[in-house]
Design a protein around this ligand. Structure first.
Ligand code: ADP
Ligand code: MG
Length: 351
């Protein structure tokens, strides 16, 4: 696909900048009445219809955030959108529009960009967001994709990181650690392939965690579920860097500490067995693995009955006074292990 000498592939220069933008974006349609003017003008125009506007942006750089040795371009396009929409979901807002800026070296033919846009288009359809603009440029090396996501929401529904109160319950959606273990499998098989290109990769049986890494979904569905349960979170964040780091962010912004109970952390059985195969502590993968794109939030203790048996949510801990710090409560012993952005070494050496 990326061989620039392949005569079947089309160099970007054949289209020129404007032709290329048109070619890549002409099949996108619109879902949101708030989209008034989109691609083709100097700016997009969005009508917030009396709501608050939330905006976020993320850069994905080749070699830093993804490795094209094992990440298919279509998945890259989809994931680039999903990770941005995850930030919108973490504000309890509804994502409505995205802008896509791409810098690509001449190593990338038009067909490679088409694949990325297939992924972007799938994500736009799945999440019902409109592609309303972007920028396209060449780069001297590699591929960089920057996506900006916009969401709209009634001001009373928006949830910041800063509202958690002492005794609030700490809740997480889905399960954790899977994306990190998926990455370990991809990296292992990629290095086997580099050492001997005739070896077949052994990916069978790892579908769930590979999907968690390659095709993560933003939890834009959670907002509606919370609404039905009549729960307004007091603070919220998405789990992009690992449970430990995100909990510390809530602590920082809300001025409370947290206790997380090790035995409560939700993990899929495939994540656990794969971690053990790699001699990793599965809980460490949940705490520090990252890229799970689940939502972590706090709720008032009076909402306990509404959420306690819901399959989408796990109560993993609670907020305490800031002075009491942030700790994992170890399974069995009850030992307190400090939550630390990079501090899982101590946890690993626990034996
Ligand atoms: P300008 O010169 O005003 O920056 P551009 O020529 O960069 O405009 O872009 C023309 C139109 O195409 C604009 O509406 C812009 O938002 C849109 N656009 C440019 N690149 C992309 C892209 N990669 N994906 C989607 N829309 C794009
Ligand atoms: Mg431009």
């Amino acid at each position: 696909m990326l061989e620039d000498k392949n005569p079947e592939l089309t160099p970007i220069s054949v289209y020129g900048e404007f032709g290329l933008i048109k070619h890549l974006t002409e099949n996108f349609s619109f879902e949101n009445s708030s989209t008034e003017i989109s691609i083709g003008d100097d700016c997009a125009v969005i009508n917030p219809e009396g709501q608050k506007v939330v905006i976020t942006t993320d850069v994905l750089a080749e070699g830093v955030h993804f490795n094209l040795g094992y990440v298919p371009l279509k998945h890259l396009g989809y994931k680039a959108v999903a990770v941005n929409l995850s930030d919108v979901a973490a504000m309890n807002a509804k994502p409505t529009q995205i802008l896509v800026a791409i810098a690509a070296s001449n190593r990338f033919p038009v067909e490679a960009l088409e694949e990325i846009y297939v992924g972007i288009s799938l994500a736009c359809k799945h999440y019902k967001v409109d592609l309303v603009g972007g920028d396209t440029t060449s780069s001297n090396s590699g591929l960089v994709i920057t996506i900006t996501a916009i969401g709209l929401e009634e001001s009373g529904n928006i949830v910041a990181r800063s509202g958690a109160k002492q005794n609030d319950l700490l809740v997480v959606t889905g399960d954790l650690g899977g994306a990190y273990m998926g990455l370990q499998i991809l990296e292992r098989e990629h290095s086997v392939f580099l050492a001997n290109p005739n070896m077949q990769p052994e990916m069978e049986g790892f579908d769930y965690i590979l999907e968690r890494q390659l095709k993560p979904e933003a939890r834009t569905d959670i907002k509606a579920i919370l609404k039905v349960l009549d729960i307004q979170p007091t603070s919220m964040i998405d789990v992009s860097d690992g449970l430990s780091s995100e909990t510390l962010h809530l602590s920082d912004q809300s001025k409370v500490g947290f206790r997380i109970y090790e035995e409560k952390i939700p993990m899929d059985s495939l994540t656990i067995s794969t971690a053990e195969e790699f001699n990793l502590n599965p809980v460490m993968c949940a705490l520090n693995g990252g890229e799970d794109y689940e939502l972590l939030f706090t709720i008032s203790p009076t909402d306990f009955e509404k959420i306690k048996n819901h399959p989408d949510f796990t109560i993993i801990g609670h907020a305490v006074d800031l002075q009491q710090g942030n700790y994992l409560v170890a399974r069995g012993s009850g030992e307190l292990i400090a939550l630390n952005a990079q501090g899982w070494d101590a946890f690993l050496n626990r034996g």
